[in-house]
Design a protein around this ligand. Structure first.
Ligand SMILES: C[S@@+](CC[C@H](N)C(=O)[O-])C[C@H]1O[C@@H](n2cnc3c(N)ncnc32)[C@H](O)[C@@H]1O
Length: 267
């Protein structure tokens, strides 16, 4: 059974995934390009969401390459006619994958949600061919990072206070579901522990703007009832933050995205 905190039947999930891509795709593509992804590579995109990175990878590896995009829920995954992009309904925790078969494995904002992440990371390593690259990108908004994010908020003082309370509630809801809101902060260490070589990492923090498609709106709307039930935020805080999200002049720091990469030894 999945403990994924977001209800995938929710009609606005696609908008939320699209907002995530708008914030983080640019840096993800740069990291993937730096690792050398190119013609003929065989790539695995785990928890591919709305598929932006999977389609970019398919274009990058060309006709001689292949991309396998997996997700628990493949409703939003459309290859848009690409013959080198396969879509698979797959639970990364429980379902098998062919070992030593990929040149690149990428997972963004997926492991954070998995209570079994300590078992999934070694599994991602075993599906790499020797010399293949693992790029795991995951968020950090937990612990001391949460209050730090509030410093970057562009809005009235009341917005900063509501943002802090809603942030703590989002963290509580995630922890209650077995997620690790601080995963990004120890991701590089986790990759080293998993036996990868040439491990390195970078933290990316784009300032997010207000507007109807903004990432925070999707998260707060999707979790609203649980935020009030679990955390320190009130219904008024939720309503305030949703209005803040809609204002184009608003700006806030979304979760830090940590990109950590390493290579399977033995090429
Ligand atoms: C926050 S979204 C990130 C989507 C995409 N990786 C991105 O960064 O744009 C998390 C994705 O992981 C998927 N997911 C959650 N648990 C999963 C599991 N056990 N196996 C495969 N996918 C899973 C969800 O369905 C969702 O599409």
């Amino acid at each position: 059974m999945s403990t994924y905190v977001f209800d995938q039947a929710w009609q606005k999930e696609l908008d939320r995934l699209g907002a995530l891509e708008s914030l983080y795709d640019r840096a993800s593509r740069q990291h993937l390009a730096s690792l050398g992804v190119g013609d003929g590579w065989r790539c695995l995109e785990v928890g591919a969401g709305a598929g932006g990175i999977a389609r970019w990878l398919a274009d990058r590896v060309g006709e001689t390459g292949q991309v396998l995009a997996t997700d628990l829920d493949t409703r939003f995954l459309d290859a848009h006619g690409r013959t080198n992009l396969d879509v698979l309904t797959h639970n990364i925790v429980a379902d098998p994958l062919e070992e030593a078969s990929f040149d690149l494995v990428h997972a963004r904002a997926v492991l954070v949600h998995l209570p079994e992440r300590d078992k999934v990371l070694p599994k991602l390593v075993t599906v790499l061919r020797p010399g293949g690259w693992l790029l795991v990108e995951d968020i950090d908004f937990g612990g001391a990072t949460g209050p730090m994010m509030t410093k970057y908020l562009d809005g009235p003082p009341a917005a900063a206070q509501a943002f802090a309370r809603v942030g703590r509630a989002i963290e509580a809801v995630h922890r209650a579901a077995g997620a690790d809101p601080s995963l990004g902060s120890h991701l590089a260490a986790d990759l080293r522990t998993a036996g990868l070589s040439n491990v390195d990492a970078e933290v990316h923090a784009p300032l997010a703007r207000g507007g109807p498609q903004t990432f925070l709106r999707g998260t707060v709307e999707a979790l609203a009832q649980r935020l009030v039930a679990t955390g320190p935020a009130t219904t008024e805080d939720i309503e305030y933050i949703l209005r803040f999200c809609d204002a184009p002049e608003s700006a806030y720091l979304p979760p830090l995205m940590v990109s950590a990469w390493g290579q399977r030894p033995g090429a």
